[in-house]
Each structure stands twice: as C-alpha cells, then as structure tokens.
Write a protein that binds this ligand. Structure first.
Ligand SMILES: O=C(CO)[C@@H](O)[C@H](O)[C@H](O)[C@H](O)COP(=O)(O)O
Ligand SMILES: [Zn+2]
Length: 196
C-alpha cells in the first residue's frame, strides 16, 4: 500500500508537470474572460458531477468569499448546491437537465459557464453548455482525456482547459490547481497589490 500511495503522489506530480507545459495560456485566457465578465457586471455559473460538483462549489466559494487577498465579494453560483431544485428537476424531467434548467432561469448574456467534467461526456454538463450558448453566455471548460463531446461544442469565443491525463483522479487534482490559478489571476488583475 505504501508503494501505491507513493505512486499516486508521483503520478499527480507528473501530471501537474505535464499540465504546466500545456495549460498556462488557456488558463490565462480564461481568467481574462472572467475579468471582463465581472467588470461588465456579469457573473460566473459553475457545474459538474461528483468531485467536479465539489470543484464548482470550491470555485464559487473563492469568488463569493475571497481567495488570498482582501477584496469585495465577486458574483458566482455553483449549480450543484440547491438539492430541492436538483431533485425536483431530476424527478420531474431528467438528471440531464439539472443544470440546464437553472441556466435557462439564471443565465444572462455575458455570463460565463464554468463547465467541469473529467471525461467531457457527462450529459448534464453537455446540456448545461447548450443552455449557456442559447443564453449568449461564453464557456470555460475544465476537462481531460480526449475532451469528450464537450470539446465539440466549444467555439473561438470559449476556452478549453483540457488536462493531459486519462485518470479521473489525476485530472481532478489538476482542475483544482487550475481553479486556484484562475482565482489568483482574477484577483491580481481586478485588485492589484503593492507586492505581487
Ligand atoms: O470524484 C470522483 C472520482 O475521483 C467521482 O465522484 C467523479 O467525479 C464522478 O464519478 C463523476 O460522475 C465523473 O463525471 P465526469 O468527470 O466524467 O463528468
Ligand atoms: Zn474524487
């Protein structure tokens, strides 16, 4: 078991090294999009399943509360939080619509959808992207593997952050780092500090 634990650390570190080569430009572009969105008075909606639902909530908590510096709250909503709404939609319609129906109600033109899926193939995240596009929102996707069906829904207005790995766990570990990089870039751009 000790060897398995050490292997997990080694694979996680190597995935982060690989991602440090391929992801910084897309993370920077996504952060710039988010800054423009927030400056325009818009908001960021985030969604995902399982561990990625946790990531969506982690992101919205950093914006709504704070990341590393003192600054005013910023508008973000994780769509995985309202169990009454989610169970009603899943029960009356389908699980695939739990995010898209919320987006049709809450999404405004100029808002951003942060769509998180390691496979890029979760039906409810795909429907969320379709709903966001129909509301004239833009999309930042956090994916992995081959990008899945989500990759095919993105246009030049959107940003794909695809982790170069086939392991769900390793991809999620890089997603959290990418989320922290997004928060850092947003904060440092909107609220420049004396010592950076
Ligand atoms: O956290 C984990 C695995 O590490 C799981 O909860 C995982 O997020 C779930 O199986 C998700 O349903 C996977 O969905 P996705 O990443 O393919 O969209
Ligand atoms: Zn997990």
């Amino acid at each position: 078991m000790l060897e398995r634990i050490k292997d997990s650390f080694t694979h996680s570190i190597q995935t982060k090294i690989d991602a440090s080569e391929s992801l910084p430009e897309s993370i920077e572009k996504a952060a710039e999009m988010m800054v423009q969105c927030l400056l325009g008075g818009n908001k960021i909606l985030a969604c995902g399943n399982g561990g990625s639902a946790g990531d969506a909530q982690h992101f919205s908590a950093e914006l709504l509360n704070r990341y590393e510096i003192e600054r005013p709250p910023l508008p973000a909503i994780a769509l995985s939080c309202d169990t009454s709404t989610i169970t009603a939609i899943a029960n009356d319609y389908s699980y695939d619509e739990i995010f898209s129906k919320q987006i049709m109600a809450l999404g405004q033109p100029g808002d951003i959808l942060l769509a998180i899926s390691t496979s890029g193939n979760s039906g409810n995240v795909i429907k969320a992207m379709e709903a966001a596009l129909s509301r004239d929102m833009t999309i930042v996707s956090l994916t992995g593997k081959d990008g899945g069906a989500m990759a095919g829904l993105l246009s030049v207005n959107d940003v794909e952050i695809r982790v170069p790995s086939n392991s769900t766990a390793r991809i999620q570990e890089v997603h959290l780092l990418a989320i922290h990089c997004l928060c850092d870039n947003i904060d440092r751009t909107l609220f420049p500090q004396d010592e950076q």
